[in-house]
Design a protein around this ligand. Structure first.
Ligand code: IPM
Ligand code: MG
Length: 362
C-alpha cells in the first residue's frame, strides 16, 4: 500500500531522530511491500528562523493532506525569551489544535531488561504497563482568558482551565474504549475537591460510563495519583485526564520506564477503534534535548516506537507495528543500550548504531 507521511523534525535532537525513524519506516516498507511517500516541513524554532512563524499555514496544510504526521521535538535556549512574540512550542500547540488531535495516548511500559535502569526497587516496577490518555486541545493550554497585564497594584496573569462537556465526553470515551480492550478498568484523574472543571469532568465520566457497563470506573485525585505512581505503579492500567495533569504525570511516569527516551506517543483526531484508520501525529514524549543535539548519543527508541504507534492507529498495519516493537525488544534483549539506559555488561551504542540494530531485527 501507499501512504503519505508528513515529517516535521523540529529542533535540537529532532532532525537526527527523524533520520532513525525513517530508517525504520523504510525497512518496514521493503519488508512488507509498502510505499511511504515522505514530505518534510519545518516546525518550532527551525520554522521561526526560516519562516517567522512556528508553524506556517502551508505546513499545516501539508499535514492535513497526509495520512499521518511524525513530529519529533521543538524548542531550545535560542528561542527561550519569556517576552518573545512567538515560541517554538506554539508550533506544536498549533499543530495539535489545527489538526484536531484531542486524544494523546502515552503508553508507559517497562521492558524487563531495563528494570535496573530505573531508580526503583525491582519489585515495585517490574511489570509496569499502563497507558495515560491525555486530553490535548483544551484546558490551561488553550482556555481563554489567557493573558498578562499590569494593574495599579502590580502585574497579573491568567490561564483558564476551561472544558466543555463535549470535550470531556470524547476524551473519556477514548479511555473507556482502551480500557475495554485491556483490563476493563479505567481511572479518571482530576482535582474534583477543588476545581469546577474537574467536577464537570467527573459528572460526564459517570454519564459515559453507562455505555461501558463492563468497565469499572475509578475516580482518583491528581495528588493521590502522583503518589500512587511511585508507590505502586502496577495499580494502573488505563487512565484518562485533562491536558496539564496529563503533561505532568507522563514525565513522572517516564521514570518508571527507565528513561524519557523510551516513551512514544500518539495524538489522535478520533476515538481509536480496531481496524479503523484514524488521523494522528506521532512524537516521542521527550523534548528537543539541545545539549545532546548532533552528538549521536540520544536514545531513538521513543521515536521508533512512536512510528510503531503510527502504523497501528493511522495506517491500520498492526502486524508491521508489532514487527517494530519486537525488534526493539530483541535489541534490548541482545544487550544494546544508549547512554540513558546503560547498565553493566551491556553494549553502549550511539543513536545511529541503535537505529541500525533495530532496523536489522525487523
Ligand atoms: C509534551 C511537552 C509539550 C506539552 C510542550 C513542549 C509544549 O511537554 O508534549 O508533553 O506541554 O504538551
Ligand atoms: Mg510534557
Amino acid at each position: 500500500m501507499k501512504f503519505n507521511i508528513a515529517i516535521l523534525p523540529g529542533d535540537g535532537v529532532g532532525p537526527e531522530l527523524s533520520v532513525e525513524g525513517i530508517k525504520i519506516l523504510q525497512k518496514i516498507g521493503q519488508k512488507f511491500g509498502h510505499e511511504f511517500i515522505l514530505k518534510y516541513g519545518l516546525v518550532g524554532g527551525a520554522a521561526i528562523d526560516e519562516q517567522g512563524t512556528a508553524l506556517a499555514p502551508e505546513t499545516l496544510q501539508m499535514c492535513k493532506a497526509s495520512d499521518a504526521v511524525i513530529l519529533v521535538s521543538v524548542g531550545g535556549p535560542k528561542w527561550d525569551d519569556p517576552n518573545a512574540k512567538v515560541r517554538p512550542e506554539d508550533g506544536l500547540l498549533a499543530a495539535r489544535k489545527g489538526l484536531g488531535l484531542f486524544a494523546n495516548l502515552r503508553p508507559v511500559f517497562l521492558y524487563p531488561e531495563l528494570v535496573n535502569a530505573t531508580n526503583f526497587k525491582p519489585e515495585v516496577v517490574r511489570g509496569v504497563d499502563f497507558i495515560v490518555v491525555r486530553e490535548l486541545t483544551g484546558g490551561l493550554y488553550f482556555g481563554r482568558p489567557k493573558k498578562r497585564w499590569t494593574t495599579a497594584t502590580g502585574r497579573k496573569a491568567v490561564d483558564s482551565m476551561l472544558y466543555s462537556e463535549r470535550e470531556i465526553e470524547r476524551i473519556v470515551r477514548v479511555g473507556f474504549e482502551l480500557a475495554q480492550s485491556r483490563k476493563k478498568k479505567l481511572i479518571s484523574v482530576d482535582k474534583a475537591n477543588v476545581l469546577e472543571s474537574s467536577r464537570l469532568w467527573r459528572q460526564v465520566a459517570a454519564e459515559v460510563a453507562r455505555d461501558y457497563p463492563d468497565v469499572i470506573l475509578e475516580n482518583m485525585l491528581i495528588d493521590t495519583c502522583s503518589m500512587r505512581f511511585i508507590q505502586n505503579p502496577r495499580y494502573f492500567d488505563v487512565m484518562v485526564t485533562e491536558n496539564t495533569f496529563g503533561d505532568i504525570i507522563t514525565d513522572e511516569a517516564s521514570t518508571l520506564a527507565g528513561s524519557m527516551g523510551m516513551l512514544p506517543s500518539a495524538s489522535l483526531a478520533g476515538v481509536p477503534v480496531e481496524g479503523k484508520r484514524i488521523f494522528g501525529l506521532y512524537e516521542p514524549i521527550h523534548g528537543s534535548a539541545p545539549s545532546h543535539a548532533g552528538k549521536n548519543n540520544i536514545n531513538p527508541i521513543a521515536t521508533i516506537n512512536s512510528i510503531a504507534m503510527m502504523l497501528r492507529y493511522s495506517l491500520n498495519l498492526p502486524v508491521e507495528a508489532k514487527a517494530i516493537e519486537t525488534a526493539v525488544e530483541n535489541t534490548l534483549k541482545d544487550g544494546f543500550r544508549t547512554y540513558d539506559i546503560m547498565s553493566e555488561g551491556c553494549t553502549k551504542l550511539g543513536t545511529r548504531e541503535m537505529g541500525d540494530q533495530i532496523a536489522k531485527r525487523i
